[in-house]
Design a protein around this ligand. Sequence first.
Ligand SMILES: [Zn+2]
Length: 92
Amino acid sequence: MKCSWCENTTAKESVNTVYWELPDGTKTVQIEETPCVCCSACGMTYQTEDTVKQIEDQLFLIDTKQLPKILSFEDLMKRPRLLKRNYFDFST
Ligand SMILES: [Zn+2]
């Protein structure tokens, strides 16, 4: 696949460990085995926009107080979502 940084086509899908700040800024979690794109041409390892959105959405919808400091991407995605507040209701 094509690298978004150097546009070299040798970039490959891989997994890596990322550190993510929670939406409320209270702590940073370590997410292991996160899907990433790894480019051997420029040395960049990065998450695609889709993966970033998946992580951000999930962190927004789960109870981050219960979140361990280190977990895998798969574990993060399996965590139950809370819908205690309707963030999308702007009528009030
Ligand atoms: Zn590259």
